[in-house]
Design a protein around this ligand. Structure first.
Ligand code: DGI
Ligand code: FE
Ligand code: FE
Length: 401
């Protein structure tokens, strides 16, 4: 049995790692491949924003899932102190007696291996596989391989392979800027976003794809329209445009679920429907959407709250909450209703007046249809009416339905 071993910080594991391992697997045909995240790497400090060990193990497992016969091992994370490769190989030698161990490493590692802890133990217990990674260094690598063979009796496999110019440091720098998705395996990226590791914020093209997969096809245009409107309003009112887009993309993410579906999601997230929501379960999609967005896409509180209050509003909304509340109601694809044009105009002239009119219109609409008015809608309208009065501004005239 032949076991390929690849160690690293995997902080996070990226497509460079995956491609390297795939190439090595193709060349060496191991029976099993282990990705081993280091607890405390001997040669470098873990970056300050490094997530918990379980997160790195989880991400490494997700990356391993992309490669046949590959799995993540907690052998170093489970061990106290510095993660010396020699110790790891000793454990693996015991665990897999008779197996041929091959340790996959980068070019620089091969060149510096004699500075490692117990290099003779490493080379006695395992073969070394290295990529002829950087162009022009083939001769240097060949010479070192030769020397290690002669001096330590090392078995060195020099693999043909394209250089893979991805580094975890670069990935970590890109993630907070909504970038880097294409450098990561899909599962790893989804996990990072879900947990918002490394201060990551979702790539919005990715988020649209994900969110739209939960929508009825007929709702997609409404959500696109809501995003476009939320962006315009964010620019107008000085809110962070990409946050407004993120909230808009997710605002109706649980809309397609019927009463039973809504109640199931409530149960899952510990949401207790109030009596108005029980009478009109359609209202629940705002709360379930917020919980789903937070759980599945790691939406921070400000964005989750904009989703939570997009249907009823609430008193003293943040600008982001007002923007999503209004964008949903006035986006370009909304079927025309009385007051739509007035709210649209007001949304760019006076945000509070627009919210007040929008809530007032909902009160009229809900009352006319004989539905129970949710107190948050009533309180929103009353709050913004008072706010306008306090400012000495007149509410927007509207004759009703
Ligand atoms: O999800 P959308 O259709 O895009 O829009 P939305 O989230 O604003 O939901 C609109 C529905 O919610 C509409 O059928 C009216 C209803 N609604 C809004 N406010 C209230 C309300 N229903 C009741 N019973 N009480 C309210 O205060
Ligand atoms: Fe909605
Ligand atoms: Fe909507």
């Amino acid at each position: 049995m032949r076991i390929l071993i690849y160690g690293g910080s995997f902080n996070p594991p990226h497509l460079g790692h995956v491609r390297s391992v795939r190439t090595a697997v193709a060349a060496l045909q191991p029976d099993k491949t282990l990705l081993i995240p280091a607890a405390i790497p001997p040669h470098k400090h873990l970056a300050a924003e490094t997530p918990a060990q379980e997160e790195r193990l989880c991400m490494t497992g997700l990356a391993a899932g992309e490669i046949p016969g590959c799995e993540a091992s907690d052998i170093e994370l489970a061990r106290e102190g510095t993660s010396y490769t020699s110790d790891t190989l000793r454990v693996l030698r015991e665990r897999y007696p008779g197996a041929e161990l091959i340790f996959l490493m980068g070019t620089d590692m091969l060149l510096s291996i004699e500075t490692w802890h117990e290099p003779e133990v490493i080379m006695a217990l395992a073969g070394l596989a290295v990529f002829a990674r950087e162009e022009g260094r083939e001769a240097e690598i060949a010479a070192q391989a030769d020397r290690l063979r002669r001096t330590y009796g090392a078995r060195v496999y020099v693999l043909e392979g394209e250089p893979v110019p991805v580094s975890s440091t670069d990935v970590r720098a890109l993630l907070p800027r909504r970038q880097g998705r294409e450098l990561l395996p899909d599962g790893v990226y989804a996990h990072i976003i879900r947990r918002r590791l490394y201060g990551a914020r979702p790539d919005l093209a990715w988020l649209r794809e994900e969110a739209f997969s939960y929508l009825k096809p007929t709702r997609v245009e409404h959500v696109r329209g809501t995003e476009a409107m939320a962006r315009r309003l964010a620019r107008r009112w000085g809110a962070e445009e990409s946050d407004a887009a993120e909230a808009a993309i997710l605002h109706d993410v649980t809309k397609k679920y019927d009463r039973d579906g809504q109640l199931r999601i409530c149960e899952k997230y510990g949401i207790i429907p109030d009596k108005w929501e029980k009478a009109n379960p359609e209202l629940l999609h705002a709360k379930t959407g917020a919980a789903f967005a937070a759980d599945r896409f790691g939406a921070p509180v400000a964005i989750a709250d904009a989703i939570r209050f997009h249907t009823t509003g609430r008193p003293a909304m943040t600008v982001l909450e007002q923007i999503v509340f209004l964008a949903d109601a006035i986006e370009a694809n909304r079927r025309p209703y009385p007051a739509l044009e007035a709210i649209r105009q007001a949304a760019f002239a006076d945000l509070d007046a627009a919210v007040e009119l929008c809530a007032r219109r909902t009160v009229a609409y809900v009352t006319e249809r004989g539905l129970p008015l949710h107190p948050d809608t009533a309180r929103t309208q009353a709050y913004y009416l008072k706010k306008l009065e306090d400012r000495g501004a007149a509410p927007i005239p509207w004759d009703g339905l």
